[in-house]
Design a binder for this molecule. Structure first.
Ligand SMILES: NC(=O)CC[C@H](N)C(=O)O
Length: 379
């Protein structure tokens, strides 16, 4: 057994055992409350530079498999669990979670009271953290934690985006083509689109409007991704160009924050963010509440009531988180654009919000009618 320590930037220290690779790592400490879906969490590019704390105490029960990665690598900067499963058990499992972490060079710690750590982060806010199985002195580790960059101001898209464009073909009959700006996309997004007859061209984050048009895009998608949306100026400008052309636009999470900025709203950092797979969100168009998958630390500052006047016409907040009234979706009424701050693609999480991909398809195929329906409250 190799001992490990975890030190938060306010000095709070937890002791445990090395889990995954032996070494030292730093990042922003965030907690996710999902009891399942750890493989999707680990491989979600939006967790780049974050040390993820699994609040649920027993992690790794179903091992890892060949199908559930959301990208081609593990992105979390570090991993914190209480009680890793000693024997994974699932018919899809091909490897033990600890072995995968070790093989991938991911430094983690186990034996931590992750519920106490979650409560601490909930009360004090997300903060920088160090995890080490090579340093035994918390003070020495704390000094290095305090040298790390903050998540506020972090511009990370270039570090996670695809170097080359690639295509995910429609399944069955081809209906239309989407250009997806990859700011840290998850595999399940093009997959949900493909299931609806959409061919998706996933393009690097620095793509221009010309690049989007050159793939024959009928519509544009802005992906989730890591970092502070206040830094994503290129993507914001691109969203504005897309709206000027009235090309249908759909965005998820980071993509929602980018649309928010493109419409003239600000973004801000939440105290500790929303990360988990059971967050209640109300779709204000239908009044229905859906249980949803979340992973965001920033949010859009848009008025919850009434219709805002923007440079692109009228805009409404379409979805709201019922835990804390954070803006979870935006809908433009005069250009074909809408976004959500949470994850309709799930992976992991419930599929309640899958209808948003249908809304996107309808917006592209019957733009006038869908906009009229949206304005009339879905009737
Ligand atoms: N999943 C995401 O797209 C996250 C968006 C952004 N990085 C945030 O933390 O809010």
């Amino acid at each position: 057994m190799t001992e490990a320590i975890l030190v938060l930037e306010d000095g709070r220290t937890f002791r445990g055992e090395s889990y995954g690779a032996v070494g030292e790592t730093f990042g922003e400490a965030v907690f996710t409350t999902g009891m399942t879906g750890y493989q999707e969490t680990l491989t979600d590019p939006s967790y780049h530079r974050q040390v993820v704390v699994q609040t649920a105490p027993h992690i790794g029960n179903t091992g890892v498999n060949d199908s559930d990665d959301e990208s081609d690598r593990i992105w979390v900067a570090g991993y914190v669990v209480r009680d890793p499963a000693r024997v994974p058990s699932n018919w899809r499992s091909t490897e033990d979670l600890g072995t995968r972490l070790e093989r991938s060079g991911v430094v983690g710690i186990s034996g931590v009271d992750t519920r106490a750590l979650t409560r601490h982060l909930r009360e004090r806010g997300a903060m920088r953290v160090g995890v080490s199985s090579v340093e035994t002195d918390p003070q020495a580790l704390l000094a290095r934690v305090l040298e790390q960059p903050q998540m506020t101001g972090a511009d990370l898209s270039a570090q996670v985006t695809t170097p080359e464009a690639y295509t995910v073909d429609a399944v069955g009959e081809h209906r239309f083509t989407v250009a997806a700006l990859d700011l840290g996309i998850k595999r399940n997004v093009p997959r949900r689109l493909a299931a609806r007859g959409v061919t998706t061209h996933v393009l690097p984050a620095n793509s221009t409007l010309g690049d989007l048009l050159s793939v024959g895009a009928d519509a544009v998608f802005f992906s989730p991704g890591p970092g502070d949306p206040a830094t994503a100026d290129h993507a914001v400008m691109l969203a504005q160009e897309v709206m000027k052309r009235s090309l249908p636009l759909f965005g998820i999470c980071f993509g929602s924050q980018i649309l928010g900025r493109a419409l003239g709203f600000g973004t801000y950092k939440l105290g500790y963010g929303h990360r988990g797979i059971n967050q209640p969100v109300m779709d204000r168009t239908t009044g229905k509440v859906e249980v949803t998958s979340h992973n965001h630390g920033f949010a859009v500052d848009a008025p919850l009531d009434g219709v805002a006047d923007t440079a692109f016409g009228r805009v409404e907040v379409s979805h709201v988180c019922l835990n804390d009234n954070v803006v979870e979706g935006l809908r433009a009424l005069d250009v074909p654009a809408f976004t959500v701050q949470y994850h309709p693609e799930a992976a992991a999480g419930p599929h309640d919000a899958d209808y948003l991909f249908d809304r996107f398809v309808e917006l592209v195929e019957r733009p006038g009618q869908v906009r009229k329906q949206l304005i009339n409250g879905g009737k």
